[in-house]
Design a protein around this ligand. Structure first.
Ligand SMILES: Cc1cc2nc3c(=O)[nH]c(=O)nc-3n(C[C@H](O)[C@H](O)[C@H](O)COP(=O)(O)OP(=O)(O)OC[C@H]3O[C@@H](n4cnc5c(N)ncnc54)[C@H](O)[C@@H]3O)c2cc1C
Length: 370
C-alpha cells in the first residue's frame, strides 16, 4: 500500500452520500466518533426518485438531531393517499389522525444535499465527485483499510461503510452477495404542472392494473411523478419503455389518467430496477452496509428513505462499539437487518394478497409465488 499523509487517515470512511450514508455520518458525529470521511460519486446536482416518506420519519429526524432544520426545508406535506387496490373503487387513507402528523413528498435532490450539509456542519469530511474504485487490507496497522477512487487520492481508515445503494459495490469486495427475492422495474414520467391547481394533486394515488401498479404523486417544483411498476419481461413484451406504449397504457387506467389528462405529456421516460433483496452478509469485520446496499424494499412500501435513516442510526452505534473493541453490536446489527427484511417480506406479501382481481395475470401470479 502507498504511504498516505495523516490528513487522509480516518476512523470511518463511508462510500455513498445518499440518505443512508449521510445519516450514518451524522449519527457518528453526534455520538462523537473521531474523524469521518464520506465519498460521494455525484455532486447533488441531478434529480432523484424516491420521494414519499411516512409521518413517523419525524422520530428518526429527532434522533438524528436534524428535525428543526428539516422542517425549515419546506418539503411538500403529504396528507394521505388514495388507492384502487383490490377494488376498482378508490379508498382513502388519511394521515390526519396519524400521531406523527403528515408525511412528505420530498424534493430528493434537495433532501440529499441537506443531509450532506448536516454531516459537514458536524465536522464530517465530504468529498463529492469521488467514485470508489477498490479496497485493500493490510493487517497489523492502525489504519488497515485503503480505499482507492477514480481520479482522487486514496484514503486509509479503520472501518468502512457501504452506502452505495443497490450496487453494494464495497460489500461485494468483501465477498457479500445480494440474495434476490423479487426483481421488478419502475418506469416513470415527470409531468410539468406549473399552470395547474396543485391542491387537487397533493394526495398520493395508487392504482393496481393487470400488468402491475401505477403510482402518482406531486413533488416540489410543480411536478407530478407518475410511475408504472411491473416485471422486466412484461415491460419488454408490451414495449413499455417506449413512451407511445407507456402513455397508451396510462390512458387506459381508471384513475391516474384522469389526474394527468390536462397535462402535456413529457417526451422522456425514466426507469429503475426495483428489487427486493437482502445482502448476505450485511456486515463483517471492519465493514458494514446501510440503506439499499444492505437491503432493498419494493417502492410500494415507501420505506426506502426511512430504512436508510434507521439503518444509519443503528450502524453508527455498531461502528462506535467495534472501534471500542466491542464487536457484539456488529453481530446484532447483522441480525437486525435480517429481521427487518423478514418483517418487510411478510407485510409485502399481505399487501399483494389484497389484490385478487387478476388470477391469471403474470404480474400477480409472480407476486403470489415470490
Ligand atoms: C422508482 C423508485 C421509487 C421509489 N420510491 C420511494 C418512495 O416513494 N419512498 C421511499 O422512501 N423510497 C423510495 N424508493 C427507494 C429510495 O429511493 C431508496 O431506498 C433510497 O434512496 C436509499 O438510500 P441509500 O442512501 O441507501 O441509497 P441511494 O439513495 O441510492 O444513494 C447511494 C449513493 O451512493 C453513491 N454511489 C454509488 N456508487 C458509488 C461509488 N462507487 N462511489 C461513491 N459513491 C457512490 C450514489 O451516487 C448515491 O448518491 C424508490 C426507489 C425507486 C427506484
Amino acid at each position: 500500500m502507498s504511504a498516505i499523509d495523516d490528513s487522509r487517515k480516518f476512523d470511518v470512511a463511508i462510500v455513498g452520500g445518499g440518505p443512508a450514508g449521510t445519516a450514518t455520518g451524522i449519527a457518528l458525529q453526534n455520538i462523537g466518533v473521531g474523524r469521518v470521511f464520506l465519498a460521494e460519486a455525484g455532486s447533488y446536482s441531478k434529480p432523484k426518485i424516491g420521494e414519499s416518506i411516512p409521518p413517523d420519519t419525524r422520530k428518526l429526524f429527532q434522533r438524528l438531531n436534524i428535525a428543526d432544520a428539516f422542517e425549515q426545508q419546506d418539503h411538500e406535506p403529504c396528507l394521505g393517499s388514495f388507492s384502487s387496490w383490490g377494488s376498482a373503487q378508490l379508498g382513502f387513507n388519511d394521515n390526519l389522525f396519524n400521531p406523527y402528523g403528515a408525511g412528505w413528498h420530498l424534493d430528493r435532490r434537495r433532501f440529499d444535499q441537506f443531509m450532506a450539509d448536516q454531516f459537514k456542519q458536524r465536522g464530517g469530511h465530504l468529498a463529492c465527485e469521488t467514485r470508489f474504485a477498490s479496497v485493500s487490507v493490510e493487517h497489523n496497522t492502525p489504519y488497515p483499510l485503503q480505499l482507492s477512487f477514480d481520479d482522487q487520492p486514496p484514503v486509509r481508515c479503520r472501518f468502512v461503510v457501504d452506502a452505495t445503494g443497490q450496487s453494494a459495490i464495497v460489500a461485494r469486495r468483501f465477498g457479500a452477495q445480494p440474495k434476490m427475492q423479487d426483481a421488478m422495474l419502475s418506469i416513470a414520467a415527470y409531468f410539468d404542472c406549473k399552470d395547474t391547481d396543485l391542491n387537487a394533486l397533493k394526495l398520493t394515488l395508487l392504482e393496481a392494473i393487470n400488468l402491475g401498479w401505477w403510482y402518482c404523486a406531486s413533488i416540489p417544483n410543480n411536478q407530478l411523478v407518475v410511475s408504472l411498476t411491473t416485471d422486466a419481461h412484461i415491460a419488454k413484451e408490451h414495449g413499455l419503455k417506449d413512451p407511445k406504449n407507456w402513455f397508451a397504457l396510462l390512458n387506459q387506467s381508471a384513475h391516474v389518467a384522469e389526474r394527468v389528462h390536462s397535462l402535456a405529456s413529457p417526451a422522456h421516460l425514466h426507469y429503475w430496477k426495483t428489487p427486493s433483496c437482502l445482502l448476505n452478509p450485511p456486515a463483517g469485520n471492519g465493514w458494514l452496509a446501510v440503506g439499499d446496499a444492505a437491503s432493498c424494499y419494493d417502492p410500494i412500501s415507501s420505506q426506502g428513505v426511512y430504512k436508510a435513516l434507521a439503518t444509519g442510526l443503528k450502524a453508527a452505534h455498531a461502528i462506535a462499539d467495534w472501534l471500542d473493541s466491542k464487536p457484539t453490536t456488529l453481530a446484532e446489527y447483522r441480525q437486525y437487518i435480517g429481521n427487518e427484511f423478514i418483517n418487510y417480506l411478510s407485510q409485502r406479501e399481505y399487501f399483494y394478497q389484497q389484490e385478487q382481481r387478476w388470477h391469471e395475470a403474470a404480474f400477480w401470479l409472480q407476486r403470489r409465488a415470490s
